[in-house]
Design a protein around this ligand. Sequence first.
Ligand SMILES: Cc1ncc(COP(=O)(O)O)c(C=O)c1O
Length: 364
Amino acid sequence: MSGRVKRSEFMLWAKTEGRATYHLGSSGLANYPLSGLPVLLEDLEITGNGFYGYGPLQREIGMKYGIPQEKIFSTIGTSLANHIAMATIIEPGDEVLIEHPTYELLLSTARYIGANVRRFHRRFENRFRIDTRELSTLVTPDTRLIVLTNLHNPSSVHTDEETLKEIGRIAQRVGAHVLVDEVYLDAAFDLSPRSSIHLGKEFIVTNSLTKVYGLSGLRCGWVLAEPELVTAMWRLKDLFEVNHAHPAERLSVIAFQHLDRIAATARSLLTANHGIVNRFLAVRDDIECVKPDYGTVIFPKLKTGDVGTLYSLLSKRYETSIAPGKFFEMPAHFRIGLGLSTEVFQEGLQRLRRALDEIVATKR
Ligand SMILES: Cc1ncc(COP(=O)(O)O)c(C=O)c1O
């Protein structure tokens, strides 16, 4: 069968065999419980009338960023946000520049839409930073979109405002847009970075409540962009769906009203788990890692043995999963998620330690 690829091997893996009791393969925060929100039955209703965005939710998103509602398109998770943002900008055959390595869905979505995908590198040797000089040599008059994640998935490296502005200037030169997937940005607590939406009209931002806040089940996602693009997104969305699940919209509003508290829970969990993983990394010379102080994932390189063997050993003997680097086109690496409850995370790392020790022992 030829034609467009209509599947994602990564997503299939993530939803099936990638899951384990000690699920270090996951990238989000442990699920925040409904009991942690002050919700009464009368706060919920089954059906609402927010065809083009539920007003109270649009207002909460607007307040988070200090932007007007005309710049907000709300949708189902960052997944559909990325899909609709790309489909609004890209015509089949258009050139799109996507970071390497990246979140696999950004690649498969661009390819599904029919983009001519080219890549710019975030090299391990360059601490996964974006090399804007290289990027500026890669854009052409046909480039319609530059795509990156901030924080970077899989490394959690933060791209600073100066670099982002430079990327904006590079895009402007050829009339392109810059899509910044910020689904992990709120985990950079101490940096308190501004969203790229404030950096210029060429920026399009996607985000959701899923990853940093542990609220994946609400599927509350959004795109921020210039009003005419947002209008085009609402028109495109008409082809996919009528309205969102209203109870989820109502719960999302309540979650926004308590977001500081939910963020504080995430922050203390991630701070503890960063400390644990730092101690783990400090004593291992079989792995090498660019290790930011924030974020929900890290992406170490395995220096002894291969990731396929480590992955099989972990799943067969240790009930533990990691995300293999092959899904990020860097097969010598693997991704570890830091968002599990500290107890489960600690036990998962113990199991990883034992599996790594076994591999080192066979190499002696
Ligand atoms: C960079 C990135 N964007 C988007 C998503 C999907 O987010 P959501 O669950 O909000 O659809 C993920 C999930 O892992 C991701 O890593």
